[in-house]
Design a binder for this molecule. Structure first.
Ligand SMILES: [Zn+2]
Length: 466
């Protein structure tokens, strides 16, 4: 064989080999490619369904049919819990293993929902309070009840509610505020429309006031006309006029509180005279009113005030010389104490008193521990002798320790429950001494009359309990 021929055969062999190799590479050798359908990092809304998109497997660019390989998916997406879930895809093909991974994040992107009972808030123009109270709640798809987390901010015009869930989704709600219409301005009297003034006392002009609809005082020029002559009994009219002509009237009735009318008050003061008696006498004089004092000798340095009481037209009755309860141990001991006091009254006033009040009142039970039936015994004895005892039907409660305001309130309230009111007070109480002027101001302004107690009554007596 010539060398030329050998070379030709060799080339043929090489060419054939290359062709076989080319065919094997082009048509027989595997070229497996695995890829995820969808993204490698994927998110899914909490509580929604996760859609598994799977993977795509190709061999030399052609989708590999499912019977050619095995696919195992590890991992699960739990969609009712926030967080990352790994999904592992394992593909086996001709003893070869391919692994892919996808991370699925369960997220919450849904904001909470704020609910309110009303959509517009109406506020009172004066008090700035809600006419119907605004109530609100917030419900979240994941956190559920978020009521406590709601933040409320009020401005003059609106109310802003906002709430955030645990994933930072924020919800807001704005409610408009509307105000009620402002009421009309008010022109009114200070004090009552009809006011009584005891004769020969000072009339206190309380005036009138102009306010806006919310009760805020307004700057106003109020002209007051009409004269009250307090030294002449009669009705007087006082007129109050605003600049625009609007006017109000008050009737002032000057009356004599010493002339009995349908409502009679018998003010009584026990246990004095003492260091506050003078102040009480001055207040009574200021209103031209007479009262009754059931006196004691507890504070002998003030006994001259018994005379002053009498001279000023007040009644003086016996209470007790010692004001000690052991006087109830016998009729004699009671009468001894009683007579000693009445002697002092005689010395100060020139006359014995025919009226008295039992220490503790006729209904007291403390006397039981000294002698059974003693109060009945004394009452029977002294009544037979022509004396009259008095209790009370209005208790100022000053002896029980009531304060000045409580005394005023009690007396001015309780006198409306009787037509002949015997009021129990104590002229040795500072609280009472401070309460008496306001009490008299109020009771006289109602036109009540005031009388002293005497043998004619009224018979305001408690049921004897011992
Ligand atoms: Zn007493």
């Amino acid at each position: 064989m010539s060398s030329m021929r050998k070379l030709l055969i060799l080339c043929l062999i090489l060419l054939t080999g290359s062709l076989v190799l080319l065919v094997w590479v082009l048509f027989v050798k595997d070229d497996i490619k695995c890829e995820l359908n969808g993204k490698e990092k994927q998110s899914v809304e909490v509580f929604s369904k996760y859609n598994e998109k799977g993977i795509k497997i190709t061999n030399r660019g052609k989708v590999l049919s499912k019977d050619k390989y095995t696919l195992k998916i590890k991992g699960k997406v739990i969609t009712d819990k926030l967080g990352d879930n790994d999904i592992i895809y394992i593909v086996k093909y001709h003893k070869k293993k391919y692994t892919l991974k996808r991370v699925v994040s369960v997220i919450d992107s849904t904001p909470p929902i704020i609910s309110t009972n009303i959509e517009t808030v109406t506020k009172d123009v004066c008090t700035k309070k809600e006419i119907q109270e605004l109530t609100f709640s917030a419900e979240d798809n994941y956190d559920k009840d978020l009521n406590e987390k709601i933040e409320r901010k009020d401005t003059e015009e609106e109310i802003n509610l906002s709430v955030s869930d645990s994933s930072g989704n924020i919800s807001t709600k704005k409610l408009k505020i509307v105000y009620t219409e402002k009421p009309k301005n008010i022109f009114s009297l200070n004090g009552k429309n009809i006011i009584y003034v005891p004769i020969n006392t000072k009339y206190n002009e309380k005036g009138a006031i102009y306010k806006d609809g919310c009760g805020e005082p307004l700057q106003a020029n109020i002209k007051t006309t009409g004269n009250v002559n307090t030294s002449v009994i009669g009705d007087y009219t006082v007129k109050y006029t605003l600049e625009d002509g609007e006017s109000l009237k008050r009737t002032v009735k000057v009356y004599d509180p010493n002339i009995p009318n349908e409502k009679i008050i018998y003010l009584t003061f026990d246990d004095g005279p003492g260091n506050t008696t003078k102040k009480i006498l001055d207040a009574l004089a200021k209103y031209n009113i007479k009262a009754t004092f059931f006196v004691t000798n507890q504070f002998p340095s003030y006994r001259n005030l018994i005379k002053e009481e009498y001279i000023n037209g007040h009644a003086v009755g016996v209470h007790s010389y010692t004001h000690k309860y052991d006087i109830y141990k016998s009729l004699d001991s009671y009468l001894n104490d009683f007579n000693k006091m009445n002697e002092i009254i005689k010395e100060e006033t020139g006359t014995y008193s025919q009226i008295f009040r039992f220490p503790g009142g006729a209904s007291n039970t403390i006397s039981k521990s000294y002698k059974k039936g003693i109060v009945s015994e004394i009452a029977k004895y002294l009544t037979a002798k022509g004396y009259l005892y008095f209790d009370w039907n209005v208790d100022s409660t000053d002896a029980a320790g009531a304060g000045t305001e409580a005394i005023i309130k009690r007396v001015t309230t309780d006198v409306s429950k009787c037509s002949k009111c015997v009021v129990l007070m104590h002229d040795i109480k500072t609280t009472t001494a401070n309460a008496i002027d306001p009490i008299l101001a109020e009771l006289t302004s109602r036109g009540y009359s005031f009388q002293v107690l005497n043998s004619d009554g009224p018979k305001v007596q408690h049921k004897i309990a011992n």
